[in-house]
Ligand binder design. Structure first.
Ligand code: UD1
Ligand code: CA
Length: 454
């Protein structure tokens, strides 16, 4: 039978060094709260019950942590008396009885399922405690893993360590798995007789051993165990995340000319043979199908770009933009909640909002769908193979039929039937010789003024 597991995510730190009015774990990495990344790693490790230990913003943190398929409950740690004390804030949940308790941190957003699974595997093989460690050249500040005869015998906090112990480069990530049937008993034995006067979760190593239990350490990559304490570290974590995801995408068949200038969101999807030019930003909810081209300086959020479509340079796709196969949205165009039909073209300086545009239609430069009257939004519908002349304003609600023509510079307020030509502007008049007469009269006035001055 599969082993049951509760993940206890510690997130009650006071976030002092973030200098923020909100909990550290709410700050986003790749446009998603840090805590959601942690819950996702936990879920991927096959764990569906989460006890969140929080000290502030409980409701908001619990909400940010709620992702599909995982049950999240928040537990308040009223006083911050150390990591051992923090885990016990979830006593009620632990007492329900699980095979494994996995303790992890809410401010370590790059963690992945691998080390979490490895720690659980160690429990399955008979360990009472499995610590997740990492090797680093900069161990300062971390607890050190002390090994004797190949066995982990203790974790020593920096402040309690001797010089020799400080020289150790194998560090405690803080993440560990605990035998769920013994957890409450083991945790109850943690004291606070140390330099900081805190209840150290790390004491479990010595406690379990003294009771005859087996203790193991498993290894994790240093980058994955990076914690976030301030905004500079937040930026470093973001950089790691971006580098990693771009790499994955390129390996899966996406071309990026200057990957270091492309910014992805946690949920960005890009298909094979898509080409992403330099300086493109993907907000949440972007789906780019195979073979699409995103030219430089485009910003894409909540939008679907279908196969073979081209976007930009300098285009903005906002939520609800849906670009049909082979369509084009060119420079200085914005599309919001707008469907662009197969092969349709919106090439220059245009705003398409709350609109449906049929296949093969051409939208001329400077076209605006006037979708908003200051209070309500209205829809513009344009059929297939229509032609909208440059600098037209389409005042919604309005509909334009298949194959219709709109004359340049029109303000269209009434529906236009299929195959009709609509003018919404004054008709042109031409007055022969009139320009010459105006110019001559102006020159005469100027000459008279000059004569008077002399
Ligand atoms: C802890 C570990 C250390 C490890 C390091 C990794 C202990 C005693 N030490 O040290 O071995 O190398 O993490 O970063 O466990 N927290 C609470 N409530 C508390 C205290 C902490 O929720 O009362 C949470 C914090 O929000 C944070 C995590 O626990 O996410 C770690 O706390 P922190 O004070 O940063 O521990 P360190 O002293 O860095
Ligand atoms: Ca820390």
């Amino acid at each position: 039978m599969e082993r049951t597991c509760l993940a206890v995510i510690l997130a009650a730190g006071d976030s002092t060094r973030m200098k923020s009015s909100k909990s550290k774990v709410l700050h986003p990495v790749a446009n998603r709260p840090m805590i959601a990344h942690v819950v996702e790693a936990v879920a991927k490790a096959g764990i569906s019950s989460v006890a969140l230990v929080v000290g502030r913003d409980a409701e908001e943190v619990a909400k940010a942590a709620s992702i599909g398929g995982v049950e999240v409950e928040a537990h308040l740690q009223k006083e911050r008396l150390g990591t051992g004390h923090a885990v016990l804030a979830a006593r009620e949940a632990i007492a329900r009885g699980y095979d494994d308790i996995l303790v992890t941190y809410g401010d370590v957003p790059l963690q992945t399922e691998g080390p979490l699974r490895a720690a659980r595997q160690a429990l399955a093989e008979g360990s009472d405690i499995a610590v997740i460690g990492f090797h680093t050249d900069r161990p300062t500040g971390y607890g050190r893993l002390l090994v004797k005869d190949g066995e982990l015998i203790a974790i020593r906090e920096e402040k309690d360590a001797t010089d020799a112990e400080r020289a150790v480069k194998w560090c405690n990530s803080g993440l560990m798995a605990i035998n769920g049937r013994k957890a409450l008993d083991l945790l109850a034995r943690i004291g606070n007789g140390n330099v900081k006067g805190e209840y150290y979760l790390t004491d479990l190593v010595e406690i379990a051993r003294s009771l005859g239990g087996r203790v193991t350490a498993v290894d994790a990559p240093e980058v994955e165990m990076t914690g976030c304490n301030n905004r500079a570290e937040l930026a470093a974590i973001e950089r790691f995340w971006q580098e990693h995801r771009r790499q994955e995408m390129m390996i899966s068949g996406v071309t990026m000319i200057a990957p270091e200038t492309v910014f992805l969101s946690y949920d960005t999807v890009i298909g094979q043979d898509a080409l992403i030019e330099p300086n493109v930003v993907f907000g949440p909810g972007a789906v780019i199908d195979g073979g699409a081209v995103i030219h430089s300086f485009s910003h894409i959020e909540g939008a679907h770009v279908r196969a073979g479509a081209a976007v930009g340079p300098f285009a903005r796709l906002r939520p609800g933009a849906d670009l049909g196969q082979g369509s084009k949205v060119g420079n200085f165009c914005e599309v919001k909640n707008g469907q662009i039909g197969e092969g349709a073209k919106v090439n220059h300086l245009t705003y398409i909002g709350d609109a449906v545009i049929g296949a093969g239609t051409n939208i001329g430069a400077g076209t605006i769908t006037c979708n908003y009257d200051g209070v309500n939004k209205f829809e513009t519908r344009i059929g297939a193979n229509a032609f909208i002349g440059s600098n037209s304003a389409l005042v919604a609600p309005v509909s334009i039929g298949d194959g219709a023509y709109i004359a340049s510079g029109s303000v269209i307020t009434d529906d236009v039937p299929a195959d009709a030509l609509a003018f919404g502007r004054a008709r042109q008049e031409v007055k022969p010789e009139r320009a010459k007469a105006i110019r001559e009269s102006a020159l005469a006035i100027k000459a008279a003024k000059k004569a008077k001055a002399e």
